[in-house]
Ligand binder design. Structure first.
Ligand code: NCD
Length: 314
């Protein structure tokens, strides 16, 4: 197929064919990252700007490494030290970055829809690196890529997503990606952290951790986003760990070769014990490594689409 999307904003609007195409492209880039000379000239002469309005370690560095391996020039902008502090709007900032000849803008923002808004106003390609509670498409793509690498397929797999689903853009993107690819998804959390109506996406919901673990081929464990608990209604960390924390003991009851994922950052002793995070079932650091190939694929593909098209036109 020929890639036509100018931007990558979500997984909700991607077809199965497009998802597969990104994953296949990522697999060929993974081969490149295993070579002695890890660089290819695919984006030589292009400029990628990482525009981050929220904290990030993995995602920002991963996009930077990916862009550099494609031979692009990379500029990092952290909102705390930019003119955003002086009151500049997101669109003005974006237009100025574009006027400085950026080809691709990777944006992280606390508002859902921020990346889509930028994409509508700019000719540059826009990649969503996490917008509010909405989506974090490249994270889900790297989760799915890792899962497929480990278990050989996605179709028919039982995947439980455990933790603070309500505030998680990672969960939403995983739900879209996994269900489109034929996985059976169960969400497990205290019910106050499950968004109402989420079953409509075809997932199962439970607040019984042992049930979510018992049949799962893989689990994706999410951080409790205490910083988004405006109402102060979250369970306390110790309470949460007692009921929903993933421990060795609990994993004993799961499939022996269950794949344990986490998008990071981990809060050890809250959503997961250190033994599990560092244990034999954990693929957490492999996810981070795979993030490079997946982001190379996304940067490469959006750059193929003609600039100046309307966002997400097919
Ligand atoms: C997450 C995020 O920022 O959405 N992390 C990530 O990008 N790998 C999840 C989180 O903050 O818990």
């Amino acid at each position: 197929m020929r890639w036509k999307r100018k931007d990558l904003l979500d997984l909700e609007s991607l077809s199965l064919q497009e998802l597969e195409y990104i994953l296949t492209t990522a697999a060929s880039f993974k081969e490149v990252t295993g070579r002695q000379i890890k660089k290819v000239p695919a984006l030589r002469g292009k400029t990628v700007v990482n525009l981050f309005y929220e904290p990030s370690t993995r995602t920002r560095v991963s996009f930077e490494v990916a862009a550099k391996r494609l031979s692009a020039d990379v500029i990092n902008i952290a909102a705390e030290v930019s003119s955003v502090k002086k009151g500049e709007t997101l669109i003005d900032t974006g237009k100025n970055i574009e006027a400085l000849k950026a080809d691709i803008i990777v944006v992280r923002h606390s508002a859902s829809g921020a990346a889509a808004m930028l994409a509508r106003h700019l000719k540059a390609n826009v990649i969503n690196a996490g917008d509010g509670w909405h989506e974090h498409p490249t994270q889900a793509l790297l989760d799915i890529f890792t899962l497929r690498e480990k278990l050989g397929r996605i179709e028919g797999l039982k995947v439980s997503i455990i933790g603070d689903i309500a505030h998680s853009r990672v969960a939403r993107s995983n739900i879209w990606g996994l269900t489109k690819m034929g996985a059976k998804v169960t969400l497990c959390a205290p019910l106050m952290l499950i968004p109402p109506g989420i079953e409509e996406t075809g997932v199962k919901v439970t607040d019984d951790l042992d049930q979510a673990l018992s049949e799962a081929d893989a689990i994706n464990v999410l951080r409790m986003q205490f910083e988004r608990d405006e109402a102060g209604a979250f369970p306390k960390a110790w309470e949460y760990f007692k009921t929903f924390g993933i421990t060795e003991e609990r994993l004993q009851k799961a499939k022996k070769d269950i794949v344990v994922m986490h998008p990071g950052p981990i809060n050890r002793g809250i959503e997961m014990s250190s033994e599990v995070a560092d244990g034999v079932n954990s693929v957490i650091l492999e996810q981070v490594t795979n993030g490079i190939a997946v982001r190379m694929a996304v940067l490469f593909l959006v750059a193929q689409a003609k600039n100046g098209k309307k966002a997400n036109s097919n």
